[in-house]
Ligand binder design. Structure first.
Ligand code: CA
Length: 367
């Protein structure tokens, strides 16, 4: 079974005429948790109250659900709702949103395009996971149409972006808040699970505005996430990629968080890229340690994303700007169509699998 008892991601669903509530995906159905577990925390229209309960509760609940779906299936059956009878909603309320830049290949490619004649990587890149604070209020669930953004495209020019792009990323959701810095070793105590992220990007707006303070309006118009949050426990872990130089102590890894996630990017139903998350340079425990190293607190619902996932090969690049080398080498689609950047009506779908489990998909259509 694709969404079996070893997967069990959480989401928020509603039946016609009923309020949204928390459920778990099992096969082609959603388990109504408030009804099945008699726990009011799942009657909330968001995962936040459950995520705030912490790691022991996450583990015990997951074990309980797996048991109900296997040994007690006859009793649980009435609480399984067919997917075609439900609507999926934002799975959690986003508190703060941070986006990193953790792929060596992506950072090198972008650097070479934005700063021609250089080697790409800036001097700080191998010393810290570069990131910026994004806009939490425009994180939207999969299926939400994406309106082409307008902005400054250069001196004296304002209009619709002509270089609208996608970015395939993995997002990490904070469950347990903290008041002070959160060391890399406490990753599992705070991070509830992962979601797929499409960090829509207007490259012409971005290229004009990003110096010296970083991304702003070229990114903040929309960020899409997948409806199912896969618990950390369900993900196969591998050692992180070797790092040179050795990171500072506070960024030292205490566990293997190089997640073996295979990503697939489709444009209008055609696969255009297969970025491998396993090759990312900075691991998510290092991202967490870095974004709190100054003493910044965490809130339940914080989302931090990996940055575009790109591999060494052209067909592993997780954005159109890299796949087409800033529009100079168009992608050829079947039927003779070509693409440099996204056109109105285009649909982008990002899917991912990890150790035989699916992480679902995040999809959006440009209008
Ligand atoms: Ca990004």
């Amino acid at each position: 079974m694709t969404w079996g008892a070893d997967n069990l991601p959480y989401g928020v669903f509603s039946r016609r005429g009923e309020a949204p509530r928390v459920g778990v995906r099992y096969g082609d159905r959603v388990l109504d948790l408030a009804a099945a577990l008699h726990d009011e925390v799942f009657a909330a229209p968001t995962l936040n109250p459950f995520m705030a309960r912490g790691r022991t509760a996450w583990h015990d609940t997951r074990t309980l659900i797996a048991n109900k779906l296997t040994s007690d299936l006859a009793i649980t059956e009435p609480h399984l709702v067919p997917l075609d009878q439900v609507r999926l909603h934002m799975p959690f309320e986003v508190a703060d949103y941070v986006d990193f830049y953790c792929s060596l290949e992506h950072a090198t490619n972008l650097g070479r395009m934005f700063r021609p004649g250089t080697e790409g990587l800036l001097p700080n890149w191998r010393h810290l996971p570069v990131g910026y604070h994004g806009r939490a209020g425009t994180v939207v669930p999969s299926g939400t149409p994406i309106t082409r953004p307008h902005g400054q495209l250069g001196a004296g020019r304002f209009g619709p972006s002509a270089k609208l792009d996608l970015e395939a990323e993995l997002g990490f959701v904070i469950g347990v808040p903290s008041e002070l810095g959160t060391p890399a070793g406490a990753f599992e105590d705070h991070v509830f699970g992962v979601t797929l992220v499409n960090d829509w990007s207007a490259r012409d707006i971005q290229a004009w505005e990003y110096v010296p303070l970083g991304p702003f309006l070229g990114k903040s118009f929309a960020t899409s996430i997948s409806p199912w949050i896969t618990p950390l426990e369900a993900l196969p872990r591998i050692p992180g990629r070797a790092q040179d130089p050795e990171p500072l102590d506070y960024l030292r890894r205490h566990g293997d968080w190089g997640l073996d996630v295979a990503v697939e990017v489709s444009l209008n139903g055609e696969v255009v890229s297969r970025p491998p998350y396993s090759g990312m340079y900075w691991t998510p425990d290092q991202m967490l340690a870095h974004m709190t190293a100054n003493g910044a607190a965490l809130r339940t619902g914080d989302l931090f994303a990996s940055g575009t996932i790109s591999g060494e090969q052209r067909e592993e690049r997780g954005s159109l700007i890299e796949l087409t080398w800033n529009g100079t080498d168009p992608i050829k689609l079947s039927g003779g169509e070509t693409r440099t950047f996204l056109e109105d009506g285009d649909t982008v779908t990002i899917r991912a699998t990890a150790g035989g489990r699916t992480l679902g998909e995040v999809s959006g259509t440009i209008r």
